[in-house]
Design a protein. Structure first.
Length: 152
């Protein structure tokens, strides 16, 4: 539903297919992710590609997971050239041009997997310590290597 609200087309078939908006950027949104906060990092990783800011609210509890994920979002996006406003329970990410660089994973599998999406889109992100993904998805990067860039 979040991606649909951002302008994506969702097709339910034998598998779920998500198509980005034709001829344009994703739409910026404000969304409470308190009920599905594990996806906050993923939304943050694609937020720079939106046409307006993305504000993720209701996520204060993700400060106490494998890493302080709100601070991680701010730190790592700012390192690659994106403006971010950090709140106690929220984060606001502005669209921008990603300069590239090395993303620190903080030994947090969700950081590694999420920022991989940013790297796939830009081609200029290096994930430090990608093996931290073994915790939940041991062959994640093997699968990512098989994605055609035209599919991104």
């Amino acid at each position: 539903d979040v991606l649909k609200n951002m302008g994506c087309e969702i097709i339910y078939d034998d598998e779920i297919i998500v198509k980005g908006p034709e001829g344009g950027a994703l739409k910026g949104i404000t969304v409470s992710m308190s009920d599905f906060s594990d996806q906050a990092l993923t939304l943050a990783a694609i937020a720079p590609f939106c046409d307006s800011p993305v504000e993720i609210t209701g996520i204060g509890h993700i400060r106490k997971q494998e890493s302080d994920r709100i601070s991680v979002i701010k730190n790592e996006l700012e390192k690659i050239g994106i403006k971010v406003e950090e709140g106690e329970t929220s984060v606001k990410i502005y669209p921008g041009n990603i300069t590239g660089g090395v993303v620190n994973t903080y030994n947090d599998h969700r950081v590694a997997m999420s920022f991989t999406l940013t790297g796939l889109r830009t081609g200029n992100i290096t994930i430090e310590n990608p093996l931290c993904c073994k915790k939940t998805f041991e062959n994640y990067f093997e699968i990512i290597k098989n994605i055609k860039l035209s599919e991104i």
